[in-house]
Design a protein around this ligand. Sequence first.
Ligand SMILES: NC(=O)c1ccc[n+]([C@@H]2O[C@H](COP(=O)([O-])OP(=O)(O)OC[C@H]3O[C@@H](n4cnc5c(N)ncnc54)[C@H](O)[C@@H]3O)[C@@H](O)[C@H]2O)c1
Length: 356
Amino acid sequence: MKTFTVAVVGCGRIANNAHFPAFAKMDNIRVKYACDLIREKALAVKEKYSFVEQVITDYHVALADPEVEAVFVLTPNFAHYTVTMDALRAGKHVMCEKPITISYALSKEMADEANKRGLMLNIGVCNRYHKSVELLEEMNREGKFGKIYHVYCSFRDFRSIPGLGGAFTTKEQSGGGALIDWGVHFLDLILYVLGGAKLETLTCDAYSEMAKDMKSYKYHKMWAEDTADVENGTNDVDDFITGHIRTDRATISFNGAWAQNLDQRDMYVDFLGDKGGARLDYGKQFVFCNGETLESTQSEHPIPNMYRCEDADFLASIESGVKNRNHIDNVLESAKLLDALYRSAEAKRELRGAEI
Ligand SMILES: NC(=O)c1ccc[n+]([C@@H]2O[C@H](COP(=O)([O-])OP(=O)(O)OC[C@H]3O[C@@H](n4cnc5c(N)ncnc54)[C@H](O)[C@@H]3O)[C@@H](O)[C@H]2O)c1
């Protein structure tokens, strides 16, 4: 097995919670650089993971190094575009965290650049490597659901807006709120399970109700609190989102809330087929209900680490030259969907066909 020399740009939460722990278990990766604008964050990573060779604050240093073959872009959403484009132009393969970036137009440019240069560009829609999602996709292909006619998903939590006032709640930097941050995972995995569904019409409403006055916002939890700025920051993104999508396969409806006045966390996806249905407990197992035997079966498979699976498969795809499920070409449709949903909410009307 070939060993890949890589650089990691962005040493924040997802780097520490997902990718560095994944690299620690992989034996074909050499992390030559850990880069963060905040040097202490990159240093902390090197301290924790002794396999990290060098700490830098300017990612161009890594891009200029011919030994570096691939770059992991783990920065906030708005920086995905610039760092990825620079890396591609320097001839590096890229694994970029989700969402691709803040708009579909820029996402398409990233895909075009990678394809023009014959470089791999994968997106961290990690749920495609979640064992439950893999099994549901397989069951759909095998006809276990019959025809899936509707999918409903809920990604709602009690008052939990992330980093209020910071990058997460500033549209220019994040591209949006609950929909682009959480909904991206749900809608992407739904399209993946449905397998190549074409978007026909959609409508969406977005709300920003819970923290209109940031200073008096009360919360149950706030992840990314270190990036919050309730005194001088911005909150111009959705904390609640709802929508309905028609595709050539199934309709999809959803409700998502970073924050709501219900002390409840509802994170699930329902696949409704004429022969069978399943409720996926997001990030966990699922229950399949067989419409003929009326039996419900709780899935009990082991769940390997999805980040390790996606990172390993990214390196494998570079070696094989075969685009895998997380290649940007296979993720663009869900980026287009997110973009169109926000445009529908803004216009307060349904979008159809070419408008999407
Ligand atoms: N796949 C998942 O389940 C998942 C989960 C959480 C976050 N994410 C995504 O990961 C990305 C990062 O999120 P996070 O929560 O780790 O954010 P974070 O703020 O904790 O970390 C981002 C880091 O990037 C650094 N950075 C920004 N611009 C940089 C640049 N030009 N050069 C070097 N470093 C730079 C920041 O200093 C920061 O330390 C986001 O796009 C987010 O949507 C994905």
